[in-house]
Design a protein around this ligand. Structure first.
Ligand SMILES: N[C@@H](CCC(=O)N[C@@H](CS)C(=O)NCC(=O)O)C(=O)O
Length: 218
């Protein structure tokens, strides 16, 4: 039976799962269902039965209804046997969990607020950026970006010299962060900028670049 994956455009949480599907060569086993959130296509009782939060992404695989992008990626890796892309040894596994927890709560939380205000809101026609919110988020961004910047000083990828699922999680906002309108101060963080670029060069990642964003930047 085909898996069903519910996603939306310009969504870093959807992108990381779509990229994992591509990376694990699961496209042939997955039916992608794209919602237009602005039209409220996710606000149905049918979708609430899959995810009571009424958020995407959601993966349905047989009886399993899985929401939250990071666990979905891990599940897909386990299902497919992902090898080095998703380490299963004790230290590798806990490193993946560490960086996933950190990106949700700290790095991408701050980054997400900046790019929402400076890039995404306008793209959705939701008005001008709120500079006070951006400035408040920037304080947190600098705090956590400094951690990632120093971590990447001696590494090409989050877990070392190879791409792993942790890069898809921590790097999920790469396109929004590098968008010309973004107020993310990437010039202060050359290692992060180079790593984002390295990630954009990974075929399964670049294949999921949000097209709507590229068009808006032209
Ligand atoms: N922590 C969740 C976040 C999911 C999320 O916030 N999804 C957004 C799109 S990026 C959404 O569905 N928003 C619609 C809504 O909240 O109504 C994950 O990683 O999957």
């Amino acid at each position: 039976m085909m898996m069903q994956l519910y996603v939306t455009d310009v969504s870093p949480n959807s992108r990381r799962v779509l990229a994992a599907i591509g990376h694990l060569e699961l496209e042939g086993e997955t039916r992608i269902r794209k919602f237009d959130l602005m039209k409220g296509e996710h606000r149905t009782e049918e979708f609430r039965a899959l995810n009571p939060n009424q958020k995407v992404p959601v993966l349905v695989d047989g009886d399993l209804k899985l929401w939250e992008s990071n666990p979905i990626m891990i599940y897909l890796c386990e299902r497919q046997g992902a090898g080095e892309f998703c380490p299963t040894d004790r230290i590798g596994r806990i490193e993946v969990l560490r960086w996933m927890s950190w990106e949700v709560l700290h790095y991408n939380k701050a980054l997400g607020e900046i790019v929402w205000e400076s890039v995404a809101k306008a793209g959705f026609g939701l008005g001008a950026p709120d500079q006070e919110k951006i400035d408040a988020a920037l304080e947190n961004y600098h705090r956590f970006a400094a951690v990632l910047e120093s971590h990447l000083e001696s590494r090409d990828f989050v877990l070392g010299d190879r791409l792993t699922v942790a890069d898809f999680a921590v790097g999920s906002h790469s396109a929004l962060a590098m968008h010309p309108g973004s107020q993310v101060p990437l010039d202060d963080y050359p290692n992060i900028k180079a790593w984002y670029q390295r990630l954009e060069d990974v075929p399964s990642w670049s294949a999921t670049a949000p097209r709507a964003l590229a068009e808006a930047a032209e």
